[in-house]
Design a protein around this ligand. Structure first.
Ligand SMILES: NC(=O)c1ccc[n+]([C@@H]2O[C@H](COP(=O)([O-])OP(=O)(O)OC[C@H]3O[C@@H](n4cnc5c(N)ncnc54)[C@H](OP(=O)(O)O)[C@@H]3O)[C@@H](O)[C@H]2O)c1
Length: 223
């Protein structure tokens, strides 16, 4: 029984992988930086890991799904860019759309084609729920993830035994903000812990819940 997690080297993905491991799944870990991924794999006692830049080589994941037929597929790898659109570098925007949208869609499509039963969890954000100045493209990628997953989840309900869920995640203590160049002032006091979010998300996903929103504040924000 395998579970595939992208972006598993740190942050939420690492904790989701840990949670799935505790529930008896054999892990397939994917992220970009080989050293970081190897360290994470050692910590998670997992021997199956693939360093792949999913902004570019996401189609490689199709073969991995074909090989292992995982029961769980978590599309977690993603990043944001903070700043006025005119100041954001086009190459980074392209990589972000490729990763947050194209890679996620491709991996989901291959999972749906190949698997007869199991669970898909796509990581969106509460940024999808309202307009986000200085995060316009990032918020749009996450709105895509939410609507894509929501529609797919309903489509799948009448078909095979594959359930699709999506996580509307609020600010969470990970490297996300540093990588996005985003200040955290005013956010620290409402930030979620990645281990608690991971436990909650995995539990709800395995119960087949379509829309998962950790935290009362964020349930209200995305009401
Ligand atoms: N933290 C928050 O407040 C927050 C809120 C809402 C939604 N989210 C979403 O949650 C997800 C997880 O992010 P996080 O908060 O855990 O951030 P994080 O700590 O920065 O983790 C991001 C993960 O994605 C991987 N990754 C980044 N670019 C990649 C690429 N091109 N190819 C393969 N892997 C790549 C990273 O691996 P490498 O280090 O190897 O690149 C890392 O494992 C993301 O989709 C993010 O948009 C986060």
């Amino acid at each position: 029984m395998h579970a595939l997690v992208t972006g598993a080297s740190s942050g939420l993905g690492f904790h989701i992988a840990k949670e799935l491991k505790m529930r008896g799944y054999d892990l397939i870990l994917i992220s970009r930086n080989e050293e970081k991924l190897k360290t994470a794999a050692e910590m998670l006692k997992s021997s199956i890991y693939y360093p792949i830049d999913l902004s570019k080589d996401y189609k490689e994941v199709g073969d991995i799904i074909e090989k292992f037929k995982p029961q769980v597929v978590v599309n977690n790898a993603g990043f944001g860019i903070y700043g006025d659109l005119e100041d954001q570098e086009w190459g980074r925007i392209e990589d972000m759309i490729n990763l947050n949208v194209l890679a996620l869609t491709y991996i989901t499509k291959r999972a749906v084609e190949i698997l007869n039963e199991g669970y898909i969890l796509n990581i969106s954000s509460v940024a999808a729920c309202h307009s986000q100045p200085k995060l316009s493209v990032y918020a749009a990628t996450k709105a895509y993830v939410a609507m894509f997953s929501r529609s797919l989840s309903r489509e799948m309900k009448s078909k095979k035994g594959v359930r699709a869920s999506y996580l509307l995640l609020g600010p969470t203590r990970t490297n996300f903000f540093k990588n996005a160049g985003m200040p955290t002032k005013g956010l620290e006091r409402i930030m979620l812990s990645p281990d608690k979010v991971a436990r909650y998300a995995v539990k709800k996903m395995l119960r087949g819940k379509r829309r998962i929103v950790p935290g009362v504040l964020f349930k209200l924000y995305c009401f």
